[in-house]
Write a protein that binds this ligand. Structure first.
Ligand code: UD1
Ligand code: MG
Length: 465
């Protein structure tokens, strides 16, 4: 194989998105649009990757965070031709062919890049354009072929006459071009068009003028080549990715009760025989084991869920780890840096943040646990609260193994409850509890007889707090 380098154009603002965020950073099924393009290029075996950045350049670089990517700044942004010209210095000394792509085609597959390169080589072409024929070509540049079938020029929608707009074959914005030829041709283009921009597409006309044959490789699957320019197209490409992911997972043994209502990002993995109910969102870097049940209206992000775990209705999990056999919810909220041990049970209306819950521990109802470390086989009674915040700082709570925390207990942090201890219901614990102790802190109960028509007799002593 010849030497290939990829040049990805990602400097534009994306005016049609009507957004303060530059277009290529908008997320498609949970991942920035541009990352799909760099992934596809790398999977196709190209290791030299140059990305042209402009709008929010630092942010784009930060998101890609890749050592092997070279970045070039295009400032100001005067069109796609100008963007490629901006990379001239970085490409200096590279004598192979350049694969040019736009950062706004996230559905592109590595196999398509492969096939495109093979076609280019087969025709010993110096300039090849990847084209397709979508159902609706509106908005794209149209491919104008000469009588011999080669590409004569590309005309942008805004510059097209009616008979040109009637052409169904469009420019996908993906090209393979001999690097020396590319920079020769770029010198000749001018911003003499409706948008006053340097159009990269004009290199085709310039090549044709020199009788350099311009090949067109037509891709059957037009849906892969959707260029995202609007929010509607953004929604469309996300839905395609979710659909593909669902189909892959079902093929690999995952049950989706109502597939169309489930959103699973591309990098999420789900094990065999896990059952996913309707209206579930699994996003980011999430791994779910086998034999799990994920009930409806559950959201899980950047989390690792073991095998045989039940996540019951209405729960939300964000950056957590849940070990095998645990049960979460319904309506539980697990916040970042939380680990739930094996066979633990977290019930309804329980919120847990930055806390390690030991194996077999139960917090079955109405509880807040924050900044805590809780041992194994602990029972956290209904209404327990770790009072972790004093208005200025957060403080930790430690609970040893085999403790029994009664209902409606407040643990005022920092505080430690030693292993094997019991806290009486309704206690406010402000001091450490040694191991194997019973701690109770509440007023003594008195019962007063009620006689019809008489006030109960409460002594002054009884009124003391
Ligand atoms: C472009 C093509 C069009 C093609 C379509 C395919 C041109 C003139 N037109 O149009 O023929 O059908 O893509 O999707 O090339 N960019 C820069 N710097 C700039 C301008 C743009 O880096 O100065 C980047 C953008 O960030 C984007 C890409 O180039 O990733 C394409 O720009 P966009 O404005 O989306 O071009 P289209 O109008 O879609
Ligand atoms: Mg575009």
């Amino acid at each position: 194989m010849k030497g290939y380098a990829a040049l990805i154009l990602a400097a534009g603002k994306g005016t049609r998105m009507r957004s303060r965020l530059c277009k290529v950073l908008h997320t498609v099924a949970g991942r920035p649009m541009l990352a799909y393009v760099t992934d596809a290029v790398r999977s196709a075996g190209l290791s030299r990757i140059v990305v042209v950045v402009g709008h929010q350049a630092d942010e784009v670089k930060r998101v890609l965070q890749e050592d092997e990517i070279d970045f070039v700044l295009q400032e100001p942004q005067l069109g796609t031709g100008h963007a490629v010209a901006a990379a001239h210095d970085v490409m200096e000394g590279f004598s192979g062919d350049v694969l040019i792509l736009c950062g706004d085609v996230p559905l592109i597959e590595p196999a398509t890049i492969d096939a495109f390169i093979r076609y280019h080589e087969l025709h010993t072409s110096r300039l090849t354009v990847l084209t397709t024929c979508p159902q609706d070509p509106t908005g794209y540049g149209r491919i104008i072929r000469s009588e011999g079938g080669l590409i004569a020029r590309i005309v942008e929608e805004k510059d097209a006459r009616d008979e040109e707009k009637a052409v169904g074959e469009i420019n996908t914005g993906i090209y393979l071009v001999d690097s020396n030829l590319l920079y020769d041709l770029l010198e000749r283009i001018t911003p003499n068009n409706a948008q006053r921009e340097y159009y990269l597409t004009d290199i085709v006309r310039e090549a044709a003028k020199e009788s350099i044959p311009v090949q067109g490789y037509v891709l059957e699957d037009a849906a892969q080549m959707v260029g995202v320019n609007t929010r509607a197209e953004l929604a469309y490409v996300s839905s395609r990715i979710w659909k593909t992911r669902r189909e892959d997972l079902m093929r690999s043994g995952v049950t989706l009760l109502e597939p169309a209502s489930v959103y699973i990002d591309r990098q999420v993995t789900v094990g065999e025989d896990t059952v996913v109910h309707p209206l579930v969102t699994l996003s980011g870097d999430t791994q779910i084991g086998r034999d799990c049940i994920i009930e409806s209206v559950v959201t899980i992000r950047d989390s690792r869920i073991g095998n045989n775990v039940s996540i019951l209705q209405g729960s939300r999990l964000d950056r957590v780890v849940v070990e095998d056999g645990a049960s979460i919810g319904p309506m539980a909220h697990l916040r970042p840096e939380t680990t739930i041990g094996r066979d633990a049970r977290i019930g309804n209306f329980v919120e847990i943040k930055k806390t390690v819950v030991g194996d077999g521990t139960k917090a079955a109802h109405l509880t807040y646990l924050g900044d805590s470390v809780i041992g194994d086989n602990v029972n956290i009674g209904c209404g327990t609260i770790t009072c972790n915040y004093d208005g200025k700082k957060k403080h930790p709570t430690f609970i040893g193994n085999q403790c029994f925390i009664g209902s409606d207990v407040q643990l005022v942090a920092p505080v430690e409850v030693g292993s094997g201890s019991i806290i009486g219901a309704g206690s406010t614990i402000t001091r450490d509890v040694p191991p194997n102790s019973l701690a109770v802190s509440r007023t003594k109960q008195r019962n007063y007889p009620l006689r019809h028509g008489q006030e109960p007799k409460i002594t002054d002593e009884d009124r003391e707090p």
